[in-house]
Design a protein around this ligand. Structure first.
Ligand code: S3P
Length: 182
């Protein structure tokens, strides 16, 4: 992670594992900053014309990743937006470049316990429909944590915080980062 300021368009890009609160925090933060709200999973669903579970079931994960890469590739066109991304957004090097080109990248980092609490009972995440979801989460998290770390300008540990608290803290960092645009 490099916390040095970079020149980017005035957008905030939230990355992190499933269940870390990206959508909730993005909604709150966009309100606080007066920025637009962009949800890349919603854009993927719109583009595919069907929900994520059906994209995975009918077309496979690779097809989902293709659409995801296309959507992320267009993010730098946004301006004054808070963007919530899918947990796998960092799994392609080209995507990471696209995320960093689009704005300040913030990693919402949660531990396995909190993730399990938040994702359990939710059937909308095809990757977690396994015999042992906890082992799946642990495995994916181990693979992805270094990628989130590498991609991020800033990391927020969210385990002990509500969505509101995360958003309040972030609003401050974003204002410092972008100065006059917020
Ligand atoms: C995925 C996370 C999901 C969604 C898809 C794949 C992943 O988004 O993009 O199910 O690979 O971690 P959330 O992180 O919003 O759940």
């Amino acid at each position: 992670m490099s916390t040095a300021r970079r020149q980017t368009p005035p957008n905030v890009i939230l990355i992190g594992f499933m269940g870390t609160g990206k959508s909730t925090v993005a909604r709150q933060l966009s309100r606080m900053l007066g920025f637009a709200l962009v949800d890349t999973d919603a854009q993927i669903v719109e583009r595919a014309g069907k929900p994520i579970t059906r994209i995975f079931a009918e077309d496979g994960e690779a097809a989902f990743r293709e659409i995801e890469a296309a959507v992320l590739g267009e993010l730098a066109r946004a301006e004054r937006a808070v963007v919530s991304t899918g947990g796998g957004a960092v799994t392609r090097a080209g995507n990471v470049e696209a995320l960093r080109a689009a704005g300040m990248v913030v990693w919402l980092d949660a531990g396995v316990e909190v993730i399990m609490e938040r994702v359990s009972g939710n059937s909308e995440r095809p990757l977690l429909q396994t015999a042992d979801p906890r082992a799946t989460v642990e495995g994916l998290l181990a693979e992805r944590a270094p990628l989130y770390r590498e991609a991020a300008d800033e990391r927020v540990e969210v385990d002990e915080l509500s969505g509101d608290e995360v958003a309040y803290g972030l609003a401050e960092s974003v204002r410092l980062w972008f100065g006059e645009v917020c």
